[in-house]
Write a protein that binds this ligand. Structure first.
Ligand code: ATP
Length: 136
């Protein structure tokens, strides 16, 4: 069994029907929600979380978006949890997700390349870093 960090972003976290829909998909994929916290991230917290993207042109916009409203932080567990959640998420760009993975979270609930409904750690090491950063 493995752990990963999932986060429902401000484009969906306020909508309880969407939140419940995503949670049902998590459950349906055989993943367990071990921990859940709703909060609002400061700009500073977003900058730290996305530090690897600091030089990208979309970074300031990403920080603005991620700090614009509540998020829901989740710790997920299950066999192959990191990959399983990434697969369930679908491609980064929600429009691409609708083409390539129409049943994925981003296809169903995301809007575009930035407002893409949810985050998932991209590996076991980043999952550890993100879980300890987000759950103090
Ligand atoms: P991971 O965070 O594991 O690398 P990801 O699918 O979330 O995977 P990243 O490329 O890391 O994608 O980008 C982080 C976030 O930044 C995306 O989820 C999205 O919200 C935003 N983003 C990525 N690329 C762009 C872009 N070209 N324009 C605007 N926002 C973007």
């Amino acid at each position: 069994t493995e752990r990963t960090f999932a986060m429902l972003k401000p484009d969906v976290a306020k909508d309880s029907a969407t939140v419940n829909g995503i949670k049902a998909m998590i459950d349906g994929a055989g993943l367990t929600i071990e921990r859940e916290e709703r909060c609002r991230l400061s700009r500073r917290q977003c900058e730290t979380f996305y530090a690897e993207h600091a030089e990208r042109s979309f970074f300031p916009d990403l920080v603005r978006f991620m700090s614009s409203g509540p998020v829901i932080k989740l710790e997920l567990s299950g066999s192959d949890a990191v990959k399983r959640w990434r697969t369930l998420l679908g491609p980064t760009n929600s429009a691409v997700a609708r083409e390539k993975a129409p049943k994925s979270v981003r296809a169903l609930f995301g809007t575009d390349q930035q407002r893409n409904a949810a985050h998932g750690s991209d590996g076991v090491e980043s999952a550890k870093r993100e879980l300890s950063l987000m759950f103090k």
